[in-house]
Design a protein around this ligand. Structure first.
Ligand code: NIG
Ligand code: FE
Length: 420
């Protein structure tokens, strides 16, 4: 089936000559076409442009029958790319939420066996089918809210059997969801309770047993470590990343959420695709990130939900860096995968201009999960992953009107997605 969307008030984030990401001042660049059309066939975008240029010749590019959609008064955006999530989990953690309201910190909760270890216990009790269904439901809600690509981490298994279980669930999600999915092996998310005081032994287990087994089943695109105060040290992170790289997994890590942990520097040293969280980013970290292939990624939902300090996004963009934003959807620090909200938080909490925040949640976050060649913008040959908005007056209205759902009809790989 081919689809022709006509009379689009504004077609947003178009690229005639696609770039992998936008950095620094360029993040303020957002190409749009007024009174536009968009033509797709099968999974892909075939053409787009101003309605004036919609000729027979344009339509002849597609062979299949064309369904026409009129989008008068509405806009079309590329789907959001959510480059950092933990959506394979069992149960929820409202008790810790209350503990946080009462004043306990994330680290204090973790030390008491709450946090990631709490989710690990529940995940151990869940079947693969239950985990698959719960994650699928989350993906469907995310797609309904406009997301078209999602990176998903393991990290609630914390032993070989359950880490593999999580990764197999992610593999199944890749096969069954229209969303573009990348998997990230995060065995080093926390030290499991049975290894308390024996952290090195757990790191050895990750290196000697887990990574080879994950690779043998080809279950992970990336390798992650929670490199931070109270979790894994830069030295441990280095050992794990080296082994991951040896087995074909590119690093994409958690860093500098809780302190100036050295995580950013380790990530850059091993050419991480992204370093994520970054609340504690100083001049040395900015210097380390400049002129590298590593995408600095902020997770405004987690910073908001945990009441953390906000990282220096403005300063980093002014220094010439690119920025990506993702949801961090997980049961502990960010139980939401709503990228429309992340877009608004990027503007309000990090002082990003709407254009910058749109680049950060589409093209740059596509880069941060290794899919900017096929997603993150409206460009010929990319996946037809986009959404038609409800009638909205301006592009800026998207982040401005926070908390309300502006997505009327999402499409993934050229097909309508259920609105939930
Ligand atoms: O990205 N920071 C580490 N990991 C997750 C939290 C996971 C959890 O609390 O369950 C995060 O925020
Ligand atoms: Fe995370």
């Amino acid at each position: 089936m081919a689809i022709l969307i006509k009379n689009i008030q504004k077609l947003v984030q178009v690229e005639k000559e696609p770039v992998p990401f936008r950095a620094g001042k360029e993040m303020q660049t957002l190409h749009t076409v007024d009174h536009a059309f968009l033509l797709t066939e099968g999974d892909y975008i075939v053409d787009f442009g101003s309605m004036d240029l919609l000729t027979e010749k344009v339509l002849k590019q597609v062979k299949e029958p064309i369904e026409e959609i009129d989008a008068t008064g509405k806009m079309v955006f590329p789907s959001f790319c959510d480059s950092h999530t933990h959506i394979v989990y069992a149960g929820s953690r409202e008790v810790e939420y209350i503990d946080k309201i009462k004043g306990l910190s994330y680290e204090e909760i973790a030390k008491r066996g709450g946090g990631i270890n709490n989710s690990a216990k529940r995940l151990a009790e869940a079947t693969e089918d239950e985990l698959f269904q719960a994650a699928m439901n989350r993906l469907e809600e995310m797609a309904s809210l406009g997301t078209g690509a999602v990176e998903i981490k393991s990290g609630y298994g914390l032993n070989t059997e359950n880490e593999l279980k999580m990764l197999r669930v992610i593999q199944r999600l890749k096969e069954h969801s229209p969303i573009i999915i990348k998997s990230n092996f995060l065995g080093a998310h926390a030290v499991p309770l049975e290894y308390k005081g024996k952290q090195t032994e757990y790191v050895d287990l990750i290196i000697n047993e887990m990574i080879p087994m994950v690779a043998a089943e080809d279950l992970a695109d990336y390798i992650d470590v929670f490199c931070d105060k109270g979790f894994f040290t830069p030295d441990e992170t280095e050992r794990i990343l080296m082994q991951g790289i040896k087995y074909g997994m590119r690093p994409k890590i958690h860093a500098n959420e809780l302190d100036y942990s050295g995580g950013i520097q380790v990530g850059v040293k091993y050419n991480a695709l992204s370093v994520d969280h970054l609340e504690y980013t100083g001049d040395d970290e900015i210097e380390a990130l400049l002129n590298t292939e590593t995408m600095p990624t902020f997770l405004p939902g987690a910073a908001f939900f945990l009441g953390m300090i906000y990282g220096p996004v403005r300063k980093m963009m002014d220094a010439g860096l690119p920025i990506a934003l993702a949801s961090d959807f997980n049961p502990g620090s960010s139980p939401s995968g709503n990228m429309q909200l992340i877009l608004s938080m990027g503007c309000v909490n990090y002082k990003m201009l709407p254009e910058e925040a749109i680049n950060a949640t589409t093209l740059n976050s596509a880069y941060a999960m290794g899919v900017s060649d096929v997603a993150g913008s409206i460009a010929k040959g990319k996946y037809a992953n986009f959404f038609i908005t409800k009638p909205i007056p301006t592009v800026e209205f998207m982040p401005y009107s926070y908390g309300s759902d502006k997505v009327e009809q999402p499409f993934l790989k050229g097909k309508r997605v259920n609105k939930i």
